[in-house]
Design a protein around this ligand. Sequence first.
Ligand code: ATP
Ligand code: MG
Length: 343
Amino acid sequence: MSPSAFTALLEAFSEPVLVVRETGTVQTANSAAQELFGKRILGAQLRAILRQPEVTALLERMIDGAEQGCAPYATSDASSERHWKVTARRMDADTFIVSLRDTSDLEAAEAQRRDFVANVSHELRSPLTVLAGFLETLQGAAAHDPDARSEFLRIMQAETERMTGLVSDLLSLSRVEASARIRPRDPVAIDMVLNATLAALRPQIEQAGLEVVRDLPDDLPPVPGDYDQLVQVYHNLIENALKYGADGGKIEIAAHVVPRLPGLDGPALRVAIRDHGEGIDPIHIPRLTERFYRVDRARSRESGGTGLGLAIVKHILGRHRGRLIIRSHPGEGSTFETILPLS
Ligand SMILES: Nc1ncnc2c1ncn2[C@@H]1O[C@H](COP(=O)(O)OP(=O)(O)OP(=O)(O)O)[C@@H](O)[C@H]1O
Ligand SMILES: [Mg+2]
């Protein structure tokens, strides 16, 4: 192979690839490698640049004549840490090839999966512990105490409902994720969605003694969407306003068309749900849409919450190519705004 063909071959790899002499100095490096380590890499001792024990050991084995091997390597800059898998393979007696594969995303996904499983297990364990405890009491100490029995059964029912709620939230999250790439296109009348949601939440609204102020123009255009999923979005947002913003006395729901927004091609429908409750500390806002994230775990739990609601909202809006904007100041209530593109 001609030297220029060989260079072209190395350039065809988007990940860093280096050709190293048996002495350990770098003979050739493709652009990705030069970008990662700088041009100083050419002619340098690779050990002096990839200065981490496992990589050094790998390079020494290769210099000693090993056929192949791999080692983990980590780089970091001010904003992020990246993980790499370094693979070395002998090319001929005098040279070997070293390539780096970026495994950061894989590792992040793996960590996320572990967190998720830990969270789900934790959320299921507490109601199960309560159920097990009460079952034991009902069979023993409280077996002949009708008052205690009905109180315990009430608590057991609430815990069972919490588990059912968690499982159905998990199922809807996975359904939304599974359909994330398919953009829904049925014409959906948002005022119908909002009115249906408010009707379903009527008992809770009355119980909280809240006034709901609607500002829904008659001529709202339909949005391309999935009716049931959009009901889920507004159900959670309005329910949150009820649960966490009830002290404010009223919630306002307003919808209107916005002609242009940065990042969107055409007009969009903006729906704002505003409460006048206690508001949210700004440090929590960016994390609210994470699964299981709750500002006040105990309090959300008391009201049967699992912290999956806003994660589901975010996924559904993402599927609709829309977004969620959260504005809040402690003591001044919160506004949750959905933006749904009209075309
Ligand atoms: N309108 C609001 N005012 C103040 N805090 C809010 C409001 N909406 C949401 N939050 C905070 O955001 C957290 C996450 O909300 P999310 O809807 O994801 O979960 P949840 O309501 O606790 O549980 P779930 O929706 O699964 O029943 C809540 O626990 C609460 O701390
Ligand atoms: Mg919620």
